[in-house]
Design a protein around this ligand. Structure first.
Ligand code: UD1
Length: 357
């Protein structure tokens, strides 16, 4: 069987890593197409190298741009590649503009399409990712859902018959890397005592693109009870440059975006995490670190169990939210058992062989 994975942005590389292993173990031909949505070494190659992902077979080098232009360039780039590849199925990941582009092209070409991480909803249509998720789910033939909440969301939209609950492949990679970090004795950030710092990442447009809001988030972070380390996405640094916000003078320690293993290690050693990322909320939950999310809602509601994650859309509430204690209750396994990627391979095989009959 021949499968084409379309990826382009950092969170998609993390999901691709365990899926590439599972597809290789099952003996399938796997072609990786990278749209080039993320192109900085630390947002792209560092993940391929650190997670042992095979190099992309095709690199479209699309780069950054406004949403319409970026998505249009990706669709124009993907069409001839998919015409040439003659695959059994295309696999798209998550909710980025790369996911949207793959959905449009594959849907128009009438090729079979599977969507990994199907069924997530924030119910906030202002988020570009929410639009991308909805289009991806409604154009896909096979919906690979990570959680039972995602399955229910798909059923409510009339998509239940195409959906399979496989679990979350991010759990596979997160547990694997956690075990390696623990075994190597490198938990935490170099030079910082475990539990002595907070980790913060802010990169979403709703937080970075309005100067008053960005300033009040960053000022609040700078006033927290422990030192705050900020691995900075280029979008955050661009916004700070544009609005004249000096993170250092607010008392924040800024560093480059972290490779996956160092991010897992930094989360494990942190007293808490403050973020607007979807993936980080879940990684905190999986790794047992308290998370505070600077957004109005989350597409990962399971993280809210017992207060492991807490929503803090108002920057003035960050102090209180990030000072809360680590819950003691068992978190259960809402994101699966760490073996989702094998079930992804099986679900794809069943779907493709059912079509061939
Ligand atoms: C994208 C995803 C988001 C995901 C995030 C992870 C969409 C709509 N959003 O957001 O869901 O959480 O990736 O990082 O697809 N830039 C660089 N170097 C790069 C890539 C981007 O400097 O390698 C800068 C550019 O100024 C660019 C900006 O970051 O305009 C935003 O990049 P973009 O890919 O549009 O979206 P992200 O904010 O990264």
């Amino acid at each position: 069987m021949k499968i084409v994975s379309v990826v382009g942005a950092r969170p998609q590389f993390v999901k691709l890593a365990p899926v590439a292993v599972a597809l290789a173990l099952a003996g399938h031909e796997h072609v990786i197409v990278h749209t080039g949505q993320h192109y900085d070494y630390l947002l792209s190659e560092a993940f391929f190298e650190g997670l042992d992902i095979p190099q992309p077979n095709v690199q479209l080098d699309i780069g950054s741009g406004k949403h319409g232009k970026q998505t249009a360039d990706m669709t124009a780039g993907l069409e001839p590649v998919l015409e040439q590849q003659c695959c059994d199925i295309v696999l798209s990941y998550g909710d980025t503009n790369t996911t949207l582009a793959a959905s449009i092209v594959v849907g128009k070409m009438q090729l079979p399409l599977a969507h990994l991480e199907a069924g997530l909803r924030s119910y906030n249509r202002r988020m570009p990712e929410e639009m991308n998720r909805i289009v991806a789910d409604h154009t896909s033939d096979l919906l690979l859902a990570p959680t039972s909440v995602a399955m229910s969301n798909l059923q409510r939209e009339g998509l239940g018959s195409r959906a399979v609950l496989v679990g979350d492949v991010m759990t596979d990679v997160c547990y694997d890397v956690r075990d390696r970090v623990e075994a190597s004795g490198t938990v935490g950030l170099p030079g910082r005592k475990r539990g002595s710092y907070l980790l913060a990442t802010i990169h979403r447009a709703e937080n970075t693109d309005e100067p008053g809001r960005l300033m009040s988030i960053m000022e609040s972070l700078g006033r927290l009870a422990r030192p705050v380390v900020v691995p900075a996405h280029p979008r955050l640094l661009d916004a700070c440059r544009t609005w004249g916000i000096d993170l250092g003078s607010l008392g924040l320690t800024v560093c480059d975006p972290l490779p996956y293993d160092r991010m897992v290690s930094a989360i494990m050693g942190a007293a808490g995490v403050i973020t607007d990322s979807g993936g980080l909320q879940k990684e905190c939950f999986l790794l047992g670190t308290v998370c505070t999310t600077v957004r109005t809602e989350t597409e990962w509601p399971e993280t809210l169990i017992d207060g492991w994650n807490s929503m803090a859309p108002d920057p003035s509430s960050l102090h209180e939210a990030s000072a809360r204690l680590r819950p003691t209750q068992n978190r259960g396994e809402p994101y699966g058992d760490g073996a989702a990627s094998g079930r992804v391979a099986t679900a794809i095989e069943r779907y493709v062989s059912g079509r061939r009959v």
